[in-house]
Design a protein around this ligand. Structure first.
Ligand code: SOE
Length: 381
């Protein structure tokens, strides 16, 4: 495309997240034509040659690699996008930053604070653009919630409540680890629902309601032993299957968070509710274009919860899509993040959440796990 600057991307990992990010890059040029930068899909990378070749063809990558170290060495690539399991994020991100590449990584930033700290140091030392794909921030209704809160309409905030519920690990026959199951393996994932699901809730919460001061948590592992797909042996399960914590935010409000993979009937129910002095907000991933809003300053005869269908051109991101009334979906949150990253290269402003922003979420996750292990309150440093 004439007059466009190129952001040449090398993407690592061709699983679920590899697809969401690749889809985002492919759709940018049609739906965000005003951006100065366009993504150019230079290479996809994964260990299995047959799979990565097919992936590269399917998603329009010019080439493929089977060794991420080779990808990072290539001088026709500007940005490395990490869509691999959590145990590889730190090594790849640090090497990419040291090679002068921009780095985008799937959430959570890392398995733990120690890895995350090294990643933040690496991108900041190399002064390379970076972001973490906490995609739910960029659902228009969630972005609208942010605008409403920042405008002060809620007044003093008292409560922040969030849930992320799934049910896919209930069967005791499900192996831990192995193909498509790395989220079940504590060595690979770092933790269970805390790093995988609560990390989303914590990221959104910090974004909407500010820092978390301290936490008090309980975790449970309902199935204590599972067969490991790679070793074939029955081994102790190291992940948390469920986690509940409460907390204090720095603004004085109380937080209540719950996540589980044992809520029969729920596949990906992410909800949050915020109660302020003057108004409240709630949102539900299963009805993601809708924001529920209650404003106590409404005339009392007609006061009640408003159900805002966030599809209008003057609501966040929606001027890029169809016409008022027509909704968008999960995939669009990734397209919006890719667009915001490209925009950040134009403006020079960091694309939030940066590694440093996501470090705070990592600190909260670690404090949650430590609190659950010790049975006591844990402060966030
Ligand atoms: C787990 O099932 C999962 O895919 C998470 O890893 C994602 O981050 C979340 O958005 C949906 O659920």
């Amino acid at each position: 495309m004439a007059n466009k600057k190129e952001l040449r991307i090398g993407l690592i990992g061709c699983g679920f997240m590899g697809r969401t990010h690749s889809n985002a890059y492919n759709r940018i040029r049609n739906f965000f034509p005003e951006l100065a930068y366009i993504p150019v899909l230079k290479a996809a990378c994964a260990r299995n040659e047959e799979r990565v070749k097919a992936f590269a063809e399917q998603w329009n990558y010019e080439s493929y690699e089977t060794d991420w170290k080779k990808l990072i060495e290539r001088d026709d690539i500007d940005a490395i996008d990490i869509c691999t399991p959590n145990d590889t994020h730190a090594e790849i991100a640090i090497a990419a930053a040291q090679a002068g590449k921009m780095v985008l990584t799937e959430k959570p930033l890392a398995r733990n604070v120690e890895e995350a700290r090294k990643m933040v140091d690496a991108v900041e030392k190399a002064k390379v653009a970076n972001t973490v794909w906490y995609n739910y921030r960029r659902i228009p209704a969630v972005s609208l919630a942010k605008q409403i809160i920042d405008s002060g309409k809620l007044g003093k905030i008292f409560h922040y409540r969030a849930n992320f519920l799934q049910d896919w690990t209930i069967s005791a026959d499900l192996p831990q680890g192995g193909e498509g199951l790395w989220r079940m393996d504590a060595n690979v994932a770092g933790s269970g629902v805390t790093g995988d699901l609560l990390a989303h809730c914590i990221d959104t919460a910090i974004w909407l309601n500010g820092s978390i001061k301290d936490v008090n948590a309980v975790t449970e592992t309902f199935v204590k032993e599972r067969m490991h797909q790679l070793t074939g042996k029955v081994e102790k399960v190291g992940i948390d299957d469920a986690c509940i914590f409460h907390c204090h935010f720095a603004n004085g409000s109380l937080g209540l968070f719950e996540s589980t993979r044992y809520a029969r009937g729920h596949k990906a129910l992410y909800t949050f509710e915020i109660n302020g002095e003057h108004a409240s907000i709630k949102w539900d991933l299963h009805d993601l274009n809708r924001l529920e809003y209650f404003d106590h300053s409404d005339e009392s005869r007609v006061r009640g919860w408003r159900s805002i269908h966030v599809t209008d051109g003057d609501q966040p991101y929606m001027d890029h899509w169809w016409v008022p009334g027509l909704g968008i979906g999960y995939e669009h949150s990734f397209i919006h993040q890719a667009a915001d990253f490209l925009k950040s290269l134009e403006t020079g402003e960091p694309c939030s959440p940066t590694f440093r922003d996501a470090f705070e979420t990592q600190q909260v996750c670690e404090a949650v796990l430590e609190s659950a292990a010790s049975g006591s309150w844990k402060e966030i440093e």
